[in-house]
Design a protein. Structure first.
Length: 205
């Protein structure tokens, strides 16, 4: 179960409205020499705030057995930019919340190509503790791989859950991607009461 749909619809509606406003403001800017630089900057800042949005496409978790207990310990979230813009991933935060507590993770500084290894066996997990990393699927200009800048790039946010947040059956956590500017995107992850496969899909759109 997840809340991607409702979050996505609300955000997309808001973004669509502001894109129309942005187009209108461009016309105004071109035809008004008297408009102050402060006013122009205020509009540009507002547009940047709205159009910086990482869209969650899907979330997948994997069960591991620790101390004879089976729990989801690793989660990957596939994201893409809804609108092309420069997003500094080193400024992103990931908020994770369960019924007991909340934690906020920072970027590990590691983004690596997906390559041919299975997702949950990727070398990047060894560099991901109390932080998040990115398994890159698309980065033609190497902006993400070399400079931590998303520029029309796509990839999986890799999260190794702390022990107190690892998920047993029938448990929920919410995960939010929080940019320094822009819209927060969130997903509610819920494990089923019965699970056979080690891989679980938390939803996709």
């Amino acid at each position: 179960m997840n809340n991607i749909g409702s979050t996505g619809i609300t955000s997309m509606a808001l973004i669509s409205g502001l894109l129309i406003m942005g187009a209108s403001s461009s016309v105004i800017f071109e035809g008004s020499d008297d408009l102050s630089e402060d006013a122009k900057q205020a509009v540009n800042d507002a547009l940047e705030e709205i159009t910086t949005y990482l869209k969650i496409e899907e979330a997948i978790g994997k069960y591991y057995t620790t101390n004879n207990e089976r729990r989801v310990e690793r989660i990957v979230i596939f994201v893409k930019q809804f609108i092309t813009s420069m997003v500094n991933v080193s400024e992103l935060k990931i908020k994770i919340q369960n019924d007991v507590d909340v934690i906020v993770l920072s970027y590990s500084g590691h983004a690596e190509k997906i390559g041919s290894k299975p997702m949950f066996s990727h070398d990047i997990w060894e560099k991901t503790n109390n932080s998040f990393s990115i398994i890159v699927t698309n980065d033609n200009d190497r902006s993400l791989l070399d400079y931590n800048i998303m520029n029309k790039d796509r990839g999986y946010i890799a999260i190794k859950l702390p022990e107190s947040f690892a998920m047993k059956k029938s448990e929920k956590i919410s995960i939010s991607i929080i940019p320094s500017k822009g819209i927060t995107s969130s997903i509610l992850c819920e494990t089923p009461s019965l699970h056979i496969s080690n891989i679980i899909s938390f939803g996709e759109i």
